[in-house]
Design a protein around this ligand. Structure first.
Ligand code: GLU
Length: 275
């Protein structure tokens, strides 16, 4: 009897060790060993396909055409270049929809290898993910209905209602710039734009680059005032995934030196990037 108890406790200790080991290997969200697991370079090559989180509702950066099913934009072209660099084929790619709110959780639970989705590099986000070099410079601005009394940030007061997207820097920034302002937060930018069109707010706020895309979708709306923040976009990967960050940065450097970056920029933004 005594002997079997001893055997049982030894077995339990062994089982606990095994379980603890599995937990560590399987859980990349903590970030210590991402390179060895999901989203690592070896895993991407083995799969033969790059899984990228992009926006599906953001004209100019990542917009899904409902009739063709194609997703197109600046972020998509950058993603294809990364797939070409890593896998030798720009079509070895699977685009998955993310929103400002879902992109970090989807990355850290291994659904995607990277986020290429109008995402600003911030100190707060750096605690959860690693970023590539800056690949686009935006700034926060305001979109209003043409003829609106709102002509810029100075016209937004604590009595204004501003519309934004959950999980975006824009929502946080506007609350800091205009204490007491009412901010209605939506799951994505198309819902926020619909809310603006149905008169739910005085202005919609996010990056100027995204707002120009909305103004192009509906000419009754315009971007007003000067950008009032800096929003440097970076590509996010799981923490500790330095091989993939290097592959992305190498791709960006190649795109810049070959002139391809400028071509992609002009194709979507309609002008040359500021040097
Ligand atoms: N660039 C800003 C951000 O990362 C706003 C755009 C967005 O929500 O994706 O939060």
């Amino acid at each position: 009897m005594k002997k079997s108890w001893k055997l049982l406790s030894v077995m339990m200790v062994v089982a606990l060790f095994i379980l603890a080991g599995c937990g560590n290997n399987g859980n990349n969200a903590g970030g210590s060993n991402a390179a060895a697991g999901e989203g690592g370079l070896a895993a991407i090559k083995e799969r033969g396909k790059l899984q990228v989180g992009v926006k599906f509702d953001t004209k100019l950066f990542g917009l899904k055409d409902p009739s063709s099913g194609q997703v197109e934009g600046f972020d998509i072209d950058i993603s294809k270049a990364i797939a070409k660099h890593i896998l030798g084929d720009e079509n070895a790619i699977e685009l998955k929809e993310v929103t400002s709110k879902t992109r970090i959780p989807m990355l850290n639970n291994g659904e995607i290898d990277m986020v290429v989705a109008t995402m600003t590099i911030t100190e707060e986000r750096k605690k959860e993910v690693d970023f590539s070099d800056v690949y686009f410079q935006a700034g926060q601005s305001l979109l209003v209905k043409k003829g609106s009394p709102v002509k810029g940030l100075a016209d937004i007061t604590k009595d204004s209602t501003v519309l934004g997207s959950k999980g975006s820097t824009s929502v946080k920034n506007i609350k800091e710039k205009v204490p007491g302002v009412t901010v209605l937060e939506f799951d994505n930018y198309q819902d926020a734009f619909t809310a603006l069109k149905t008169g739910k707010g005085d202005a919609l706020t996010t990056d100027d680059s995204i707002l120009y895309g909305m103004a192009a979708q509906d000419p009754n709306y315009e971007v007003v005032g000067e950008p009032f923040t800096d929003e440097p976009y970076g590509i996010a990967v799981q923490k500790g995934n330095s091989e993939v960050v290097k592959a992305i940065n190498d791709t960006l450097a190649e795109l810049k030196s070959s002139g391809e970056y400028d071509k992609i920029y002009e194709k979507w933004i309609g002008k040359a990037p500021a040097k």
